[in-house]
Ligand binder design. Structure first.
Ligand code: GLU
Length: 383
């Protein structure tokens, strides 16, 4: 019998669909996949080279648990350039999902409440529950472009509220929360003693606007855990590397968990991460420009499908269309996959407000986007 803790938590909705797609592809089914949020580009050559060189040079053993110093320095330097007042000693190197998991385990107790926007990425609710705490969703609306209303945050805080999780640009909506909203939420949380975990993994995938780290606002640093990583920015999802930036005493607490779990990130991946951050940035910029073209293409194609409506997001690589048909999003995703051979993630996986929507990850080629939407159009018309 698995633990009560685990019984409380479903398997990841995003990873579940991705696994199913892999299985169907392995069985020879031709699937267009809009499921997994991962860039289809190859990791840039300079990063790969630096990794290979590191392995060949014998850098294949444990590193300090908090990460190698050049990487912690590179992460801190980038954060400082965005206005986060930190030093290398404020950085812990760890895979981004591991960071989120460790923060939840380190700071949440049974009975605590955690605020999160609805819809939000699937694993926030899961880690909150695994830590024994309760997720409390803050509703956001399609008509408002999924922007969080700070007054709703204020109203949802109770004496049990321990933490708020933000994610801008957002997975699954692509919404980039306005600076004023992030600033206000940050202040409300600091004033009310609610810690902020700001997942900024899509910080560089932003079209036109600017990214505002929550820890950069006045007085916010001591109250904020900033989580980010290289997966999305440099097409490095398989390398499993990211970080937490926080006050030193928090880094020490989270590091306790790191020492009892993964010990450290893969040594030669850390070398490659230094190259990713300090080396040329042209490939990163090219990828973002390409994502923008794909967003525009995908939006045009959605607008051509009767019964679908979609906000125009300013970041990440997701679209979150609303559909008219009276069918649950899990059943719709099942229909699209089995009948149309196109994989999407059901909106309900992202929280109650996701019902009636599905998520498209457009981090795939233009030809796959065109083919995928033609399949969606046909399959919807058969419902
Ligand atoms: N974050 C990506 C997604 O939402 C990767 C899978 C996951 O970690 O959930 O598709």
């Amino acid at each position: 019998m698995v633990s009560k803790r685990l019984q409380n938590v479903p398997a990841s909705g995003t990873v579940k669909i991705a696994n199913l797609v892999s299985q169907m592809k392995a069985d020879g089914v031709d699937i267009v996949s809009f499921s997994m949020g991962e860039p289809d580009f190859a990791t840039p050559e300079n990063i790969v080279e630096s990794c290979v060189e590191s392995v060949r040079s014998g850098f294949t053993h444990y590193t300090p648990s908090m990460g190698i110093t050049p990487l912690r320095k590179a992460i801190a330097a980038e954060a400082v350039s965005k206005g986060i007042p930190c030093k290398a000693s404020n950085v812990l190197v760890t895979p981004t999902k591991q960071a989120i998991f460790m923060i939840a385990l380190a700071y949440l107790d049974p009975g605590d409440e955690v605020l999160l926007p609805d819809p939000a990425w699937v694993s926030y609710e899961a880690v909150v529950r695994l830590a024994g705490a309760e997720p409390v969703y803050i509703n956001t609306k399609f008509d408002d472009g999924f922007v969080v209303d700070p007054a709703d945050v204020e109203a949802a805080i109770t004496p049990r509220t321990k933490m708020l999780i933000m994610n801008s640009p957002s997975n699954p909506t692509g919404c980039v929360q306005p600076e004023s909203v992030l600033r206000e939420i940050s202040k409300i949380c600091a004033d009310r003693g609610v810690r902020v975990m700001s997942d900024e993994i899509y910080e560089h995938i932003i079209y036109g606007g600017k990214h505002f780290p929550m820890a950069s606002f006045e007085g916010a640093f001591d109250n904020t855990f900033t989580v980010s990583g290289l997966s999305k920015t440099y097409a490095m999802t398989g390398w499993r590397i990211g970080w937490v930036i926080a006050p030193e005493e928090d880094i020490r607490a989270i590091n306790k968990l790191q020492t009892h779990s993964i010990t450290c990130c893969t040594s030669f991946v850390q070398t490659a991460a230094v190259e990713a951050m300090n080396g040329p940035q042209d490939s990163r910029c090219r990828m973002v420009a390409e994502f923008k073209r794909r967003r525009d293409l995908a939006l045009d194609l959605i607008n051509d499908i009767p019964g679908l409506e979609c906000c125009k997001p300013d970041g990440a690589f997701y679209l979150f269309p609303k559909y008219e048909k009276d069918i649950k999003s899990t059943d719709l995703a099942e229909h699209l996959l089995q009948k149309g051979h196109v994989a999407v993630t059901p909106g309900r996986a992202f929280g109650p407000a996701g019902e009636g929507f599905f998520r498209i990850s457009y981090a795939t080629s233009e030809s796959q986007i065109i083919e995928g939407f033609s399949r969606i159009k046909k399959s919807l018309s058969q419902l």
